[in-house]
Design a binder for this molecule. Structure first.
Ligand SMILES: [Zn+2]
Length: 292
């Protein structure tokens, strides 16, 4: 693409600028003459080159660079807003509609908190006769039923269907791929920040067959997706390699002090198609947490 080539040339000039005045002039040209998209920025590395200059010793250069990054961020965001599918594309975020089984705790005694339901406590079971598969069905049940008030029979039916679809998708085998997929579903379904995902599986809005082929990104909650998008955008200007550290961001809110001043680093802890683990530290109160 000619735009990318052109931009690359100017980026090179910027990197080889002989004086702050020179760099400032090139930054002005970049601002005036170039329209960018995410892919153009990525390919030309212009985001990184300009991002770096935000801490330049010359105030003029630093200010121009900040200004340009802001402009480009806006352009990238705008482009995304017009091209990305509706935020509820993958599964409908149906409101929590617990119609049938809300009577459980109406026995007068003030039970302090609903106990966490499990396959064991509910007596739910797999129906394949295969020990591994039935065990995995129970894992699916555990992850789905967690905070649910749906009847055991319904959740059991879904858990069995999810397990069956994974089994089928993995070539009717309970090998490593099957186990990895079950584990990934278990983690994502259980995610306490993602009740809408559980709910959509139980209600049938997200068909069990779909889960076998769903990516981790598709399973993420809308909050998480928004945070991921923000990280991606910031990485565009910060040159964060997968293991480079501690970028500051307002993409996360600290659960303790509710501020949005956090640093994070990401680490690939498992295979490449698994998500990276993100370690977050609140710079305000020191709270730490991680997620993947
Ligand atoms: Zn905090």
């Amino acid at each position: 693409m000619t735009e990318v080539l052109e931009l690359k040339k100017v980026v090179k000039q910027l990197q080889g600028a002989s004086s702050p005045e020179d760099a400032a002039n090139i930054l002005r040209i970049l601002k005036k003459d170039f329209k960018v998209t995410e892919s153009i920025l990525r390919e030309s590395k212009a985001g990184l080159a300009v991002g770096k200059l935000r801490t330049h010793a010359s105030k003029e250069v630093a200010d121009l660079a900040k200004d340009l990054v802001k402009k480009w961020k806006t352009e990238v965001e705008k482009a995304k807003a017009t091209t990305s599918p509706s935020p509820t594309g993958t599964y409908p975020l149906s409101p929590q509609k617990f119609s049938s089984a809300q009577s459980a705790s109406s026995n007068g005694s003030s039970a302090p908190k609903a106990e966490v339901r499990t396959a064991k406590s509910d007596g739910a079971k797999g129906a394949t006769g295969d020990q591994t598969r039935d065990r995995c069905t129970e894992m699916m049940y555990d992850s789905l039923v967690l905070d649910s008030s749906h009847p055991t029979a319904l959740v059991e039916k879904r858990a069995r269907a999810v397990e069956a679809s994974v089994y089928k998708e993995m070539g009717s085998s309970t090998g490593a791929d099957y186990k990895a997929k079950i584990r990934s579903l278990f983690v994502n379904l259980k995610d306490k920040n993602n009740p809408s995902f559980r709910e959509s599986v139980i209600s049938g809005d997200t068909p069990a067959e779909m889960l076998a082929t769903m990516s981790t990104a598709d399973m993420a909650s809308e909050d998480r997706k928004a945070a991921n998008r923000k990280i991606e955008e910031e990485n565009l200007f910060k040159g964060l390699g997968a293991e480079e550290q501690q970028a500051e961001t307002d993409a996360f809110q600290c659960g303790r002090c509710k501020q949005r001043k956090c640093r994070y680093r990401q680490q690939q802890t498992r295979s490449a198609d698994e998500p990276m683990t993100t370690f977050v530290t609140c710079t305000n109160c020191g709270n730490r947490w991680k997620f993947c």
